[in-house]
Design a protein around this ligand. Structure first.
Ligand SMILES: [Mn+2]
Length: 328
């Protein structure tokens, strides 16, 4: 795939005006944040501070420890109230592939009412344009790649810390430059970010070389349970019991899906995980161009991209259910 980022010029201008009119900005990453969402938040925050704005970062879920190496990665607000949010005159959401991934609206519905204007910056096919301005490329490799061109439009100079945060997002969302979204543009921007001082080694050490023995064991369980069902879907699962035994969290499975998604014999792969909160999380990946996983995940109320998507449904991975949905 050799996609090039295309952003709507009217939306860019709207966003620029909203930023110009603002003085206190709240940047929100999606629930269960990943490196792209945190990298985007960090780089937008640095950019806005260079414009003398007062900025806070927020996420409804805690920032995983291995993402806190990015500037401001350890300074995220988690609990918010409407009263607190009203201190801001602009909200920017980053990498939120649909409005509900903001999560705060579940307890603070006003947050998405646009009473405080919203700039929605994202790269998911599933984005439902919930912002006053929507800076979006539905086929972009990462939100930080979209930001690279947004900053260019705004005339913001990329400094070293921004470059590291932006490259972290790009590195993560391209599966360390292995996924099919790794275009010539991705590599050109990567080169430019490294030229700007992005710390590639720091990124690799935190996003890839962070594996504990128990984590390897968990991955081993996920890999050894891989099976092809009668529809040529490769399926594996991890239960709450697995996670408890190894004293790990669902986040510790991040990355294993790329190994499940390396068999050309399967149409797509799906990893079902109990999230320890009474839900089953499904992560789907495919190598094929003729499968649209965002649609398949959509059937279960989830979303994402054509080649990478996910969903969450309430329930447990009981033997009976596993049989019924033919994943054995
Ligand atoms: Mn992303």
């Amino acid at each position: 795939m050799n996609h090039r980022i295309q952003l709507d010029i009217d939306e860019l201008k709207k966003a620029r005006d909203l930023i110009a009119q603002s003085s206190r900005v709240l940047i929100i990453s999606h629930r269960n944040p990943d490196a792209d969402s945190i990298g985007a938040n960090s780089s937008v925050r640095i950019a806005l501070e260079s414009m003398d704005k007062t900025v806070s970062s927020a996420c409804a879920d805690p920032v995983p420890e291995n993402l806190q190496f990015m500037k401001y990665g350890d300074q995220f607000l988690q609990d918010l109230t409407w009263q607190r949010i009203q201190e801001y005159d602009l909200i920017i959401t980053v990498d939120c592939g649909a409005h509900y991934l903001v999560k705060y609206h579940e307890t603070i519905p006003q947050i998405l009412s646009k009473e405080i204007p919203i700039i929605n910056i994202d790269h998911h096919a599933s984005n439902d344009l919930f912002g006053n301005a929507n800076i979006l490329d539905r086929e972009g490799a990462s939100t930080t790649l979209v930001l690279y061109f947004f900053f260019k439009f705004l005339g913001v100079e990329v400094n070293t810390d921004m470059a590291t945060s932006m490259l972290a997002g790009l590195y993560f969302d391209t599966g360390s430059f292995k996924h099919s979204n790794t275009s010539s543009e991705v590599l050109a921007v990567t080169s430019h970010l490294m030229h700007k001082g992005a710390d590639y080694k720091l990124i690799v050490n935190h996003l890839f070389k962070t594996t504990s023995i128990n984590r390897l064991k968990l991955w081993g369980r996920a890999l050894s349970r891989a099976r092809l069902n009668d529809k040529d879907v490769l399926v594996s699962n991890i239960t709450e019991e697995d996670l408890k035994e190894l004293e790990l969290e669902p986040n510790d499975l991040s990355g294993v899906i790329d190994y499940l998604n390396s068999t050309p014999d399967s149409k797509f792969c799906i990893l079902l995980t109990e999230d320890m909160k009474g839900n089953i999380k499904g992560s789907c990946r495919t190598l094929r161009d003729d499968v649209d996983l965002s649609k398949i995940a959509g059937v279960f109320g989830g979303g994402g991209h054509r080649k990478a998507a996910g969903f969450t449904i309430p329930g447990h991975l009981e033997e009976e259910v596993v049989k019924k949905i033919k994943i054995k």
